[in-house]
Write a protein that binds this ligand. Structure first.
Ligand code: PLP
Length: 399
């Protein structure tokens, strides 16, 4: 099992290696969290360690989703496209939208990438928070679209007024709510302000990948009101289905059509469809998992407080830890102890992203962190980067 994982990590890393000749095809390369997490690692993570570097959900799919996957497996030789329609109908009913406002995808990375393709261009910039989730920035950058990065406000919400002021030529404003990597929330009122005051012809792309963990107010009402808003949802986070792949795009049909010009509305993995459908039928799932995540997160925060370590309070399944030293050193010293924590963002080189794992995993995290912060464990030698990894570094430096 561990060997399989390493093989697939290796192939993903080589996939990230970009030749000059391939640069025109880069727009087809959809960047995803596992690719970004892999790119930040110096070597493949093992299967056995504490894996809190890619905002995964250690609980995996709920029981009814697992049963649905097993039950559908014998029909794996069929496309069963009716299942896509069923899930669209189910989601539409839950969100109070007509079904033409809803599309499902194998995860939300594709519609994110395709929305950037559809609404930005050489003279319509991509505007995002800093630090913010990099996938959209990388899509824009590889399309030679200007990326405008606007620092988060003092309360770590998106600074929507500064975002509008920074880009009169904007094509798309990306708002991740709660934000990846900080787990901080932007108010509905601020998103509405952005929608009402953005430049004509632009859209607001609200990524609600982590919304179920938080008390943030979703903005599906703005979709219902036919505003220039696209909402991304995924089953990869609270629903624990990152490996099963299912996500959704909510928006006005004319906006969806523009996104679909770049891809989508293709056959879905039937396992992802039935698992998503079963998860949505479980009325207890969201509150139960929100409670579990919040409980573990607050006990980690209490431990950090007791030990005098700084962090940014989060409402999500990840948070930023202030390492007060180059974050890379801490990442490497934690990895020596087989605790794999997330990456740094260039604007905050002394912060690292930590995913909230299970309670025992976070106890291991705490024990390892204490050894690093007290100097009992250090990692001074960073292994040299392979040529393909150096090219990925170069791509990341462009945004
Ligand atoms: C903010 C955000 N958006 C979108 C995604 C894409 O996830 P997926 O393609 O698994 O739905 C991620 C993954 O971590 C994410 O953090």
């Amino acid at each position: 099992m561990a060997r399989n994982r390493n093989v697939s990590s290796a192939s993903r890393r080589s996939f990230l290696g970009l030749s000059a000749a391939a640069s025109t095809a880069i727009m087809l390369r959809v960047m995803t969290e596992p690719m970004l997490a892999t790119a930040a690692r110096h070597k493949p993570r093992s299967q056995e360690g504490v894996l809190i570097d890619a905002n995964e959900n250690p609980l995996g799919p709920c029981a009814s989703a697992r049963e649905a996957v097993i039950a559908i497996a014998p029909q794996g030789g069929r496309y069963l496209d009716g299942l896509t329609d069923d899930l669209v109908k189910q989601l539409s009913q839950i969100e109070g939208l007509k079904s033409e406002y809803v599309r499902v995808y194998p995860g939300s990375s594709n519609p994110l990438h395709h929305a950037v393709c559809a609404f930005t261009s050489a003279n319509r910039s991509y505007v995002t928070a800093d630090p913010g989730y990099e996938a959209g920035m990388m899509a824009a950058s590889t399309l030679n679209v200007k990326v405008v990065k606007v620092p988060l406000a003092k309360d770590y919400a998106h600074d929507v007024r500064a975002m509008i002021a920074a880009a009169p030529d904007a094509g798309a404003f990306y708002v991740c709510n709660p934000n990846n990597p900080t787990g901080t929330v932007t108010s509905h009122a601020d998103i509405e302000y952005l929608v009402e005051n953005k430049p004509k012809g632009s859209i607001v792309l609200v990524d609600e990948a982590y919304i179920h963990f938080s008390d943030a107010t979703p903005v599906v009402d703005l979709v219902r009101a036919d505003k220039d808003v696209l909402v991304l949802r995924t089953f990869s986070k609270l629903f624990g289905m990152a490996g099963l792949r299912c996500g959704a795009l909510l928006g006005r049909p004319d906006l969806i059509e523009k996104v679909e010009n770049f891809g989508g509305w293709n056959f879905m993995p039937i396992t992802g469809l039935v698992a998503a459908s079963a998860s949505l039928k479980d009325a207890h799932l969201v509150p139960e998992r929100k409670r579990i995540n919040a409980g573990i997160r607050s006990s980690v925060f209490a431990w950090l407080d007791r030990n005098g370590y700084s962090y940014i309070p989060s409402q999500s399944n990840c948070f930023m830890l202030d390492t007060k030293r180059p974050g890379k050193e801490v990442i490497d010293a934690m990895a020596i102890q087989n605790v794999h924590i997330g990456r740094i963002w260039p604007i905050w080189p002394t912060h690292v992203r930590i995913t909230v794992g299970t309670a025992p995993e976070m106890e291991q995290f705490q024990a390892a962190l204490k050894k690093v912060m007290t100097g009992a464990v250090t990692a001074s030698v960073t292994p040299p980067r392979s040529p393909s990894r150096q090219r990925m570094d170069g791509l990341l430096k462009r945004v």
